[in-house]
Design a protein. Sequence first.
Length: 100
Amino acid sequence: EAFSTERRKLMRFLGARVILTPKAHKATGMVIKAQELADQHGFFHAKQFENEANAWIHETTTGKEITQAFARQQKKLDHFFMAYGSGGTMLGVSRAFRKA
């Protein structure tokens, strides 16, 4: 229910069937519903909130791309802003930033 109308429309436009969960259940409700659907119908569930590959791909691609872009421009990355998600982007790019 917290999924914006714009996102719902976009997802439907792209062919998705949007299933809403109670707003009060927040992200936990989404995860539980996704697992229920996977179990009931044999769907693949990526489990992005607990899948280490989620952070790894952002470390090796997103974070690497950002650090390389700043290095090419000989600029220092002072701040990084991102939207809420599963945490994979934040964890992955943080690792890449520490390594740079």
